[in-house]
Ligand binder design. Structure first.
Ligand code: A3P
Length: 321
């Protein structure tokens, strides 16, 4: 069903860390254009059990390529679907309310079996995954629970992923190596273009809502309303205004239940770094176009080529900037 290969490119070794290591390329045997770079640990322990996972129709899934606004969308969705329960949202970590299914399969030494945790959550289960369409559970496509997909432009995504890889996974290499690996589709969860276009193709299915980070940034009120309709909920304009405030960059940055402080500590411990050093805020810049201040001319050019790849045209998909 799958072909597993070790990528030959030397750069792959340069972007590995103690925490995220031993990258392999998983391809669908019947369609080699479908592939994904993942740590071998995921293949050994998670590939099959994720594929065969039992799905319930009242599940709520958020699926994204990493760094596309997953956490922000998760808090929005959880709040909308839980009758705007601020009390729980301000006291229970988002990672517990809306766990990351395959984290155990990608992070060496991570202490919790996140797959089992998701599987056994009381219903309705809220589940986050970064897996591409072809690696997600088979029953997602037959049981058809609600799935929200969030896309973001690759330039801001790559910069955000670089900072995440550096501070959360302990990456010590250069930004240039990192961007090269990203545009060559050799970074964990690569390729981004195919990740997005495979979901774009099924965006009109009634159980799928396709959102953009850039739309959330430019008109959160509108995206909240779209999500509300998708989840069959109805709130007054005052309630929506209050929710938008709760979801604003400033508020989320200060929100310990969303800003992943506990998770960052666990990851820092797992990678042998001092968890007391507050070197990184997960909610970092939150901008559209922030890449302009961070990429060199060469890095920007490499990403231009990536953004203009012809596969996107075939899927009639355009990134937002
Ligand atoms: P930056 O690193 O560009 O700042 P994910 O949750 O998929 O890992 O995405 C993280 C990105 O979403 C980070 O981007 C983070 O700052 C941004 N983000 C999170 N909450 C946000 C908010 N309320 N407003 C704008 N951006 C937000």
């Amino acid at each position: 069903m799958y072909k597993i290969e070790v990528p030959k490119e030397e750069i792959v070794k340069r972007i590995e860390t103690n925490l995220m290591t031993d990258f392999v390329k998983i391809s669908a045997e019947d369609d080699p254009t479908q592939f994904c770079i993942m740590p071998r640990k995921f293949v050994d322990q998670d590939l099959e059990r994720v594929k065969n996972m039992e799905i319930y129709e009242d599940d709520i899934w958020v699926v994204t390529y990493p760094k596309c606004g997953t956490t922000w969308a998760m808090e929005m969705i959880w709040m909308i679907n839980n009758n705007l329960d601020y009390e729980t949202s301000m006291t229970v970590n988002l990672e517990d309310r809306f766990p990351f299914m395959e984290l155990i399969g990608i992070a060496t030494g991570f202490p919790t079996d996140t797959f089992e945790y998701c599987k056994n959550k009381p219903r309705p289960r809220y589940i986050k995954s970064h897996l591409p369409v072809f690696l997600l559970p088979d029953q997602l496509w037959t049981v058809k629970p609600k799935i929200i997909y969030v896309a973001r432009n690759p330039k801001d995504t790559a910069v955000s992923w670089y900072h995440h890889h550096k501070h959360m996974h302990g990456y010590q290499g250069s930004k240039e190596d990192y961007i090269q690996a990203f545009v060559k589709d050799l970074m964990m969860y690569s390729p981004m273009n195919e990740h997005i276009t495979e979901f774009w193709k099924i965006r009109n299915e009634p159980n799928i809502l396709f959102l953009f980070f850039e739309d959330m940034k430019r008109n959160l009120d509108q995206e909240v309303k779209k999500t509300m309709i998708f989840l069959d909920k109805n709130y007054s304009q005052d309630e929506i205004d209050k929710l938008c405030k709760h979801l604003s960059f400033e508020s989320i940055k200060d929100n310990k239940m969303v800003n992943k402080e506990v998770e960052i500590q666990k990851l820092m411990e797992a990678s042998g770094r001092d968890p007391a050093s507050k070197e990184f805020s997960f909610v970092r810049k939150g901008q559209v176009g922030g890449y302009k201040k961070e990429l060199s001319a060469e890095e920007n050019e490499m990403l231009d080529e990536y953004v203009n790849c012809s596969g996107l045209e075939k899927a009639e998909f355009e990134y937002k900037f």
